[in-house]
Every structure is written in C-alpha cells, then in structure tokens.
Design a binder for this molecule. Structure first.
Ligand SMILES: [Ca+2]
Ligand SMILES: [Ca+2]
Ligand SMILES: [Ca+2]
Length: 351
C-alpha cells in the first residue's frame, strides 16, 4: 500500500476550537463521562518531534502532541464514534527527519479485546497494510516507527521524554503498561475487513472541558456490533511512536427489550413416537383472560353470610322444622279465636 493514500475520506475534520461552554476545567480524569462522551486524557507534554532536518528532538506541546481521545457509545443506534484531539491532523504531516523531510501519519486504532485484536484504519495517509479504511478483525500489528524517523522501543521513548522534563503517559495507562509492551507496534500488519467507517457526528464533544487544546479534532464512526462486548483497551500510536494514547473502556451488552407477559403454563405434549418431547406452541388465549400485568392476582373470596359458615366451637342454633312451625301456627290461631270470642262475650254482656 502506498504510504500516501490521500483519498476522499476526509471525514469530519474540525478544528479544535470547540466552544468551551464550561469556563472551569476539571482536572483530567481517565475515561470520564461528560455530555454523553467518555474521555481518556493524555499527558499534554509527552510528544517528541525533530525540530529541523537533522536537528535535535523536542519534547512536549509540539506538532505530535496528543491531548485526548473520546468515545461515544450509542447503543440504540448500534454505533461507536471515536474522536481524537491532537496537533497532528488526521492525514498526518510532512516533517523534518534525520535527513530530509518525510511524511509521518497516525498509526491505526487498535481495540484489544477478549476476542482478540481488532484494528481500524481511519486514514489512507499511513503505512498500514490495511488495503482500505475500515474495521478489521483477527489483526496482527507491526511497527513502522523506524521508517518514520521514530523510536526503536517504548522504553527508549519513555526515557528520553523523562530526561527532557516530559511526563510520558498513554492516556488511561502508564506508558509502561502498553498492551504492545516495549514494542512500538502501531499499524495493522494483517487482518480481515469486517466493516467500513463513516463520518462521525461530533456534537456534544468538548475536549476543552478537560483542558485538552490540540489544534486538530477529528472523528469517525463504525458499527458497534462489529466489536465484542465487554472490556477493551483502545490504543492509538503515531507512526513514529512520538506520542501514544490508550482508552480503557467497556462495551456493555445491548439490553434486551423488556417484555411484560403473563406466565402461561405450557402443557407438555408427549410425542406418540416416544422420541423427544415436543413443547407445543403457546395456545391462543382469549385476550380477556390475560391480565394486564405480570402480577398474578388471587381473586377475592366472595362475601359469604356469616351464619352459613358452621363453626365447630359455637353451638349450632336449632332452626324449628317446618312441621313444628305449622303446628305452632294452628295452635296460635285457635288461641286467638278463643280470646276474640271471649272478649266478644264480654262486650255483649256489658251492653
Ligand atoms: Ca500527549
Ligand atoms: Ca509515514
Ligand atoms: Ca502519550
């Protein structure tokens, strides 16, 4: 692949003069959530750069300085957006080398995951062996550092920065904790392309909130489900190993939609052939029998008149039998007739 692949993919490159709405910057925190983006903030003084052709190497705040990386995980849209804030443009720069000038660009963005190494080539202007920009799986990495007037090892870089007053750091990780160890691996060597990248929507991004003020901010998106869920470390290292950043993150599993359904017993139907039991499909149940919520409601016990409930502890009140009632009625009538006749007799007597 040509080291210069100036293509049409000049995506969403914006200058890092994003309005810093919050005037007060919090101290840099690793992978901090702010406005829907998570940020890994790098050391602001750990980039090395040759000052002129054949000249000495400068440390801190130069054209290679990386300030931060932000990732927005949009689960609903199945999209991940990555943004970088640095002084190095997306397509790199032509810079002084030990002899003459050369083009030094970004390495590829790697995702170190439990399912192996993934790589994202987001610029055609680098020496990646990725044929086109995009997302790659089953990736191996290699170093192109020495070909870019860069460092032979992580420790060479680290020691030089320290000796010159810089604070070497790899974003969320100590410089010595690089997933690539002491190597300067920084681009894809081999892999299988599984998806494309597309223009990133960088709304809400605010590196200035963390004091990151690189002159260049750019970003890109890709389909979230191309990566495995779970913990990851993303690393981005320049071709020369002049600065590097790591982002320690986690991609949570997409939550399943919550289904509110009543529990319906599934009768087990035996297979007449005595083979594996067949679970029948849930039978259609008339709508009115399905309660609205999952909480099963025990129907209230209907009101029962107290007197109809026999109670062993209390004596049962004897109810007169119908024949006795009839006898009482007849006897009463006779008494009434007798008394009426008696009083009638009295009245007659008095008259
Ligand atoms: Ca830096
Ligand atoms: Ca190069
Ligand atoms: Ca760094």
């Amino acid at each position: 692949m040509s080291p210069r692949k100036h293509g049409t993919l000049f995506l969403a490159s914006v200058v890092a003069t994003l309005c810093s709405l919050s005037a007060i910057s919090k101290p840099a925190e690793a992978a901090t959530l702010h406005g829907g983006w998570r940020y890994a903030i790098d050391s602001f003084n750990d980039a090395t750069a040759r000052m002129w052709v054949g000249g000495p190497t400068d440390v801190g705040g130069n054209r290679f300085e990386i300030y931060g990386m932000a990732i927005k995980d949009d689960i609903a849209a199945n999209k991940i957006t990555v943004a970088i804030n640095s002084n190095l443009p997306r397509n790199g720069a032509t810079v002084p080398y030990a002899s003459g000038y050369g083009h030094t660009g970004w390495g590829d963005l790697f995702f170190h995951t439990r399912s192996g190494l993934f790589g994202i080539n987001f610029t055609q202007s680098n020496a990646s062996d990725a044929r086109t920009t995009g997302v790659y799986k089953n990736v191996t990495a290699k170093s192109v550092s020495l070909a870019n007037d860069g460092w032979a090892s992580n420790s060479d870089y680290t020691n030089f920065v320290r000796r010159n007053g810089g604070n070497p750091r790899m974003g969320d990780l100590a410089q010595s904790a690089s997933p690539f160890g002491n190597s300067t691996k920084n681009v894809i060597d081999s892999g299988t392309k599984i998806g494309d990248i597309f223009a990133g929507d960088l709304r809400g991004l605010n590196f200035g909130h963390f004091g990151a003020r690189g002159s260049q901010t750019f970003g890109f998106s890709f389909t979230r489900s191309l990566l495995p869920t779970g913990d990851f470390v993303a690393t981005l290292i320049q071709e020369c190993f002049n600065d590097a950043i790591a982002f320690v993150g986690n991609l949570p599993q997409r939550p399943r939609p919550i289904q509110v359904k009543p529990e319906i017993p599934k009768p087990e139907v035996k297979n007449p052939d005595n083979k594996t039991p067949i679970t029948p499909e849930t039978p259609d149940i008339p709508q009115e029998t399905i309660p609205e919520n999952t909480i099963s409601v025990t129907p209230e016990t209907p009101d029962i008149p107290q007197e109809t409930i026999p109670d062993d502890t209390t004596p049962v009140t004897k109810v007169p039998e119908p024949t006795s009632l009839l006898a009482l009625g007849v006897f009463g009538s006779i008494l009434l007739l007798k008394s009426q006749r008696k009083s009638s007799d009295n009245l007659t007597g008095n008259a």
